[in-house]
Design a protein around this ligand. Sequence first.
Ligand SMILES: CC(C)(COP(=O)(O)OP(=O)(O)OC[C@H]1O[C@@H](n2cnc3c(N)ncnc32)[C@H](O)[C@@H]1OP(=O)(O)O)[C@@H](O)C(=O)NCCC(=O)NCCS
Length: 197
Amino acid sequence: MLLETHVLQDTDPDLPALLADGFEVVGESWGAEFVIDGGAESTASLERLRGFVETARAAGLEIRELDARDAAAIESLDAESWVDVPTTPATVHVPVSALDVRDWATRGRRAFGALDGDRLVGLCVGAAGDNDFVVVAPDQRGRGIGGAVVAAWMLGAIEAGERSFSAGGALQNARSLAMIRAVGFRVTERWLSLQRP
Ligand SMILES: CC(C)(COP(=O)(O)OP(=O)(O)OC[C@H]1O[C@@H](n2cnc3c(N)ncnc32)[C@H](O)[C@@H]1OP(=O)(O)O)[C@@H](O)C(=O)NCCC(=O)NCCS
């Protein structure tokens, strides 16, 4: 049965009425932003982003923009990487097929990846400043790869003129939240997913 679901910010004036009406919070998620405004803080942020990429390269990984030729590798990394990831009705990950990837460029999506030899071990994808998702192979997490691919994607967008970034995720996904904060994002929004049992 499809449950009626509402996703709204914790500041939404409709929230008390929905709770009084029997809806329950079934998931919490966050929204975060990162803005380059040209000040001294921005210079430090850019340095930090470059540092993530350089550290990964110094560890022997190739960090580069991905394209349609990487579609099969992206599909298989995506397929092996989401089973243990906490989710909410607001943050569902739709599996990526090689066919989707071949369409990314026409939809303004750019992806940056980390390769260990021939193996794709992490990627970050988004359009303009909107982060779509980040994923690192389960056996490669906690080594700085997530931070490096997010930073590479952001630096690519900044070079193309982007100044403002947004990202979001499930509150329960501690790794994702820690990574996005480490890269320099500021959490600005809290979202609640509500369903009626
Ligand atoms: C979220 C994810 C992309 C992070 O990638 P990663 O390569 O493991 O992250 P990094 O090693 O770059 O870590 C970045 C920061 O997060 C912190 N971190 C890493 N693993 C953590 C964990 N298990 N718990 C808390 N913090 C963690 C690190 O300490 C690091 O901060 P630091 O630079 O200040 O030390 C990865 O865990 C993943 O693929 N998860 C499944 C998919 C997913 O959840 N994607 C995000 C939703 S779109």
